[in-house]
Write a protein of this length. Sequence first.
Length: 165
Amino acid sequence: MQKGVTLLETILYIGIVTIFLSAIIPFAWNIIQGGAKNSTQQEVFTQGQYVADRITYEIRNASDINSVSPTQISLASATPGTNPTIISLNAGVINMQQGVASPVALNSANTKVTSLNFTNYSSLDGKTQNIQFVFTMSANYVGAGTRQEYNGSVTMEGSAEVRSN
């Protein structure tokens, strides 16, 4: 009696393994792509939430509003080192400059702000100073235009009132 594997058994084994792998590989690939897409969406949302919170914080802690344009706001501050605080959109980045310090980017290089709009809803008598802001942020990954799992965007909207009044 000879021990070993026949050619027919080997071919049958290779065929079964091939069928199994051809069924499992697309499923695993979908899991990997889903993880990349979820990570991208989380990055965009987290960055958007941080920028919205920071803009709200700066408006609430300002002593007055110097000027408001659609893509820039200038806030007066009681602290000389941070006066004025300017928040603006420049080439896909929301920058904040306090006093004479260099501007600081509020969003990361992995995100790009495609629009920013400030609206002044202050009362005519100046008793309430309320600013609304809306911005749209999207993923800024290399290949984002060609690979769908790296695309994601979020529109954030908020408003804040200057508390010093």
